[in-house]
Every structure is written in structure tokens, then in C-alpha cells.
Ligand binder design. Structure first.
Ligand code: A3P
Length: 335
């Protein structure tokens, strides 16, 4: 099933190299003008058009904006980190490729979900390098991003490609981030430091979410807004909604055969966590252990890690930030 995994190489021709050098020069000039903050572990974050963009993604973001050509059939998964990105990648890949290979032979069982749907700004356009063979990828091409909606490559926003955004309750997102970063750097042991980080990496959190929320209201055929918690409550319902939006609806026969249940089992936390490829090794670039993408996958775990005072502060802040948007989180229910 190698042919249906998304992969691509960096540029090699001299024309592309020249273009690449030109863009990199432009990025460096731009970076020199931007407000910069230290994430806490020494990693610079650049404030670019309202988004705190980590240095490992910035050059790629600029290069993609100038170079990436979206196709109408493309599917882009957008999310903040620790929102269920890994899960959605497995689900989307399985939905769109279910006719190409039986679920029992799915690449999801042998490939990390992040390699099935690479990040545009730091996998494809890593360090501002231009990938050459994107047009040769199997269709629909599957990509992902953590970028704000307003910073997506021009051609993504202005083509008919589809965008799925997955969002998670901020308190669980915060705790998941804390656990993810804790082993990577000792500065991140302290929850206060994490709160500062959480507000900034591809953030501010609320602006990232609201950008896609508003886009989904304005253009529901282009942007599907999903909540991690809804997927936990009724995965079959959400899968059906997702498949329909992607243009790969489940047929009546497939429903009767229980295919949606099978896809949800294949991509479940328990299944993916225990697949060997998700247990051993590290991600290229961030160096994060691959098993760090699977912790416990629970809703409401924040009560075990955040003080009641911090919980109240963050709930109030979130309420204020989302006021008037129509986006509401009810903390007394599981979704
Ligand atoms: P926890 O740290 O709360 O367990 P991301 O993929 O955006 O980095 O998000 C990671 C979070 O999603 C982690 O949350 C992880 O455990 C959870 N997760 C990963 N795979 C999942 C799955 N198949 N089902 C539900 N949650 C999953």
C-alpha cells in the first residue's frame, strides 16, 4: 500500500533551487522585523499576523503561502496541537482510502498517522524547502496544518479544497500539552510555564479556534468544524458527518455491514496506541517520542492536574474570548 501513503521529496532542479533561495531570503528579512518570544525552552516564536508561529514552522508557512497550489480535491486537516490531530488523520485516511484497501491491511496499522497526512508548514515545506512532486501524490491529497485560518496558503483558502478542523476543550488541551512537553524539556515541568506556552504556540488558542469556527459558519461546504469530545460521545454519528463532508459518504450497504464501526475500531485510541509503529521511535524534527501522541485520550482529565482556581480562570477567559461567536463549551457535560 506504499502508493497511497503521502510522501514527497525536496527540491532538486536549479530553477526550483533559485526560487527556494529567493523565498528563504524573503523569510529571513521578514523574520528580522517580527516580535519574537522565547517559548520557554529556547525555541523562538515569531508573532506573524496575530499567530505565534514556532521557528521550526515559520519558514515553511511563508514558503507554502507562495508556492503551494491547492487542488479542489485536496483535504486539509487543521488543528491546534493536542486536539486529536493524530486520531483525525487516521480517520480521514481510512475514510477516503477504504475502497483502495481492506481495513485489515490498512496502512494505519503500519504507518504513523502523521506520515499519512503530513504537515504543510513543517513536513512538506520544512525550513522553507520547496517540495517538487506534490502533484504526483495520489488523490485526494491529504495534508495537515496547525496554522491559523487567515495564514493558510492563499490557494487553500481560495480553492474548493475541503478543510476539517478539530478542536478540543481548552482545559484538556492544556493538560495534554503539559504532558507532551514535560519529558521534552525540564522548563516545562511547571504548569505556569505551560500556560504561557499554550497561549502562544500556534496560538493564541482562542484565535486559532475562532478563525476556523467563523470560516465554518461562513462556508460550511468548505470548512467542517469538529469537536474531539463529540467524537468521543458518538463516533459513528461523527464519522458519518465527516465522510459526507469529505465527499466519501458511507453507502446504505456499508452502514448495514457495520463499516463505520469497523473504521472507528481501527482508529480507536486502544488500537492505535498498541500498534508497533506508534510505540517505538521519535518524530523527525521535533524529536517527540511517537508514543507521546497516545497518552490516555480522556475527556475531563484536567480535573486531575489543574487547580480549581486555574480551572475557573481559564473557563472565564475562554467564555470571554468566545463571547458572541456561538461557540460554547458546556463543562458539566462530557461534550
Ligand atoms: P491526551 O494527552 O489527553 O491523552 P494530537 O494528536 O493533536 O497531538 O492530540 C493528542 C491527544 O489525542 C492525546 O490526548 C492523545 O492521547 C489523544 N489521542 C490520540 N489518538 C487518539 C485516538 N485514536 N482516540 C482518542 N484520542 C486520541
Amino acid at each position: 500500500m506504499e502508493e497511497i501513503k503521502s510522501s514527497c521529496s525536496s527540491s532538486s532542479s536549479s530553477v526550483v533551487k533559485d526560487e527556494e533561495e529567493e523565498m528563504k531570503k524573503g523569510s529571513e528579512e521578514l523574520i528580522a522585523t517580527l516580535p519574537v518570544e522565547n517559548r520557554g525552552d529556547g525555541l523562538p516564536l515569531y508573532l506573524f499576523k496575530g499567530c505565534w508561529c514556532p521557528s521550526f514552522a515559520f519558514r515553511g508557512l511563508i514558503a507554502a503561502d507562495l508556492h503551494f497550489q491547492a487542488q479542489d480535491s485536496d483535504i486539509i486537516l487543521a488543528s491546534l496541537t493536542k486536539s486529536g490531530t493524530t486520531w483525525l488523520k487516521a480517520l480521514i485516511f481510512s475514510i477516503v482510502n477504504r475502497k483502495k484497501c481492506a481495513l485489515k491491511d490498512s496502512p494505519v496499522l503500519t504507518t504513523q498517522p502523521h506520515d499519512l497526512m503530513p504537515f504543510i508548514e513543517f513536513d512538506l515545506y520544512r525550513h522553507g524547502n520547496l517540495p517538487e512532486n506534490l502533484h504526483q501524490l495520489p488523490q485526494p491529497r491529504l495534508f495537515s496544518t496547525h496554522s491559523h485560518y487567515s495564514l493558510l496558503a492563499h490557494s487553500i483558502r481560495h480553492s474548493c479544497c475541503r478543510i476539517v478542523y478539530v478542536c478540543r476543550k481548552p482545559l484538556d488541551n492544556l493538560v495534554s500539552t503539559w504532558h507532551f512537553l514535560k519529558p521534552l524539556d525540564e522548563n516545562h515541568q511547571d504548569m505556569d510555564v505551560i500556560v504561557a506556552y499554550w497561549k502562544t504556540d500556534f496560538g493564541p488558542f482562542w484565535d486559532n479556534v475562532l478563525g476556523y469556527w467563523n470560516a465554518s459558519l461562513e462556508n460550511p461546504d468548505k470548512v467542517l468544524f469538529m469537536k474531539y469530545e463529540d467524537l468521543k460521545v458518538d463516533i459513528v454519528f461523527e464519522l458519518k458527518r465527516l465522510a459526507k463532508f469529505l465527499g466519501f459518504p458511507f453507502s446504505v450497504e456499508e452502514e448495514k455491514e457495520g463499516l463505520m464501526e469497523e473504521v472507528s475500531k481501527l482508529c480507536s485510541f486502544e488500537k492505535l496506541k498498541n500498534v508497533e509503529v506508534n510505540q517505538i521511535g521519535k518524530r523527525v524534527g521535533t524529536g517527540a517520542p511517537v508514543n507521546a501522541f497516545f497518552r490516555n485520550g480522556k475527556v475531563g482529565d484536567y480535573v486531575n492536574h489543574i487547580t480549581p482556581a486555574m480551572v475557573e480562570n481559564l473557563k472565564k477567559l475562554t467564555e470571554e474570548k468566545f463571547a458572541g461567536s456561538g461557540l460554547v463549551y458546556n463543562y458539566s457535560s462530557s461534550n
